[in-house]
Design a protein around this ligand. Structure first.
Ligand SMILES: [Zn+2]
Length: 356
């Protein structure tokens, strides 16, 4: 090999190395995209590239990586005279402001999706499993935030009670009991036992004589769900639709997601038929960027609230929270599997037109 060839090879290796160095680890890339809701932090346009703010391609610290559209990426990299059009300190400010707004918007969305006229399905086992993983500090500070928020929402809720059947947590003695119980880290609401109203989550609703126990346990589960969301944060399901591959979505397995969906149910039976039909499933579909995303959830018949709930789940609009268990590509579609923790129905849609 001549000296010229050797020097050329060295140059190529150097370029290759720098390319490799500039590769942002996929986990950081996904986190930045999700944290910026796949939008440019300057102008909020979609279709973004990731940019190293300090121009050092090996500094992949999340604080140094910004999501920018093509135009703003150009402005941040191209030098005109001695200065760049978009200075690193400007990008840092835009990034901080936009990420803060995204966090607040997601939190507001999450709270909205936990607010429904009634809870048509709950999954006490999975709720309790996730709740057990919270530290005492996480639990207590989350409950503190919920208390403050309920106080603020109370006047509005009163005006909203169209049907007089609002099962949404509110500031009343039962909600206070449920909040105290969750704050103390109880794994079952002791206030039910104290009144001789024991609730066995393994038994379907109709076999229990205690109507009040049923409702108060339901409320307790909603508080547990809200505590989880406040402590761990949630991801809106539609934000996952912005990822183009099943692999990227699958990396979020285990995350708490919130959703608002129009679902179709398969094998949905009324709760008292749970022995012959222990499970059913819910399906929804969305299209984003030419890709079809299918959402699939398995539900347990006996964890449904009522016969009307079954009606809603056969075809209806629902909102709530779930744990993403995975995603894979099948027949050109991205299939996502979720375990629902809570499913609620809005009062405006108690009786969907079609439910065959
Ligand atoms: Zn932009």
């Amino acid at each position: 090999m001549s000296r010229k060839q050797r020097s050329k090879r060295k140059k190529v290796d150097k370029v290759k190395r720098s390319c490799r160095r500039s590769t942002i680890p996929p986990s950081i890339e996904r986190a930045i995209l999700l944290g910026n809701r796949h939008a440019c932090c300057v102008c909020q346009k979609p279709r973004v590239q990731l940019h190293h703010i300090d121009s050092n391609p090996s500094n992949n610290d999340p604080s140094n990586v910004a999501a920018l559209c093509l135009d703003h990426h150009d402005m941040a990299t191209m030098q005109i005279g001695l200065t760049k059009k978009l200075q690193p300190e400007d990008v840092r400010t835009y990034k901080a402001e936009w990420e803060e707004r995204c966090r607040n918007d997601i939190l507001a969305l999450s709270r909205k999706r936990f607010t429904f006229y009634y809870c048509i399905y709950k999954n006490p086992q999975r709720l309790l499993g996730a709740y057990a993983s919270l530290s005492e500090h996480e639990r207590k500070s989350a409950v503190k935030r919920i208390r403050a928020r309920l106080k603020e929402e109370e006047p509005q809720k009163k005006a909203d009670q169209l049907f007089g059947m609002n099962a949404v947590p509110r500031v009343d003695p039962h909600t206070r009991e449920a909040l105290d119980s969750v704050e103390a880290g109880e794994t079952a609401p002791s206030y039910l036992q104290a009144r001789d109203l024991e609730w066995d989550p393994e038994k379907p609703y109709h076999s229990q004589g205690h109507y009040m126990a049923f409702h108060r346990f339901d409320l307790w589960c909603q508080i547990v769900g809200q505590t989880l969301a406040e402590a761990r944060g949630t991801t809106p399901l539609e934000d996952l639709y912005k990822f183009r591959t099943a692999k990227e979505i699958d990396a979020f397995a285990g995350s708490l997601v919130t959703y608002r969906l129009t679902v179709r149910g398969k094998g949905i039976h009324v709760p008292r038929a749970y022995r012959g039909h222990p499970t059913g499933s819910l399906h929804a579909q969305a299209r984003s960027g030419g890709q079809v995303y299918c959402v699939n959830m398995h539900i347990r018949t006996k964890d449904m609230f009522s016969d009307t709930s079954a009606l809603n789940l056969r075809h209806g609009r629902i909102s709530g929270a779930a744990i993403l268990t995975g995603a894979l590509k099948s027949k050109g579609e991205i299939q996502m599997t979720l375990v629902p923790l809570l499913i609620g129905a809005g009062g405006w849609n108690l009786y969907p037109e079609k439910y065959k």
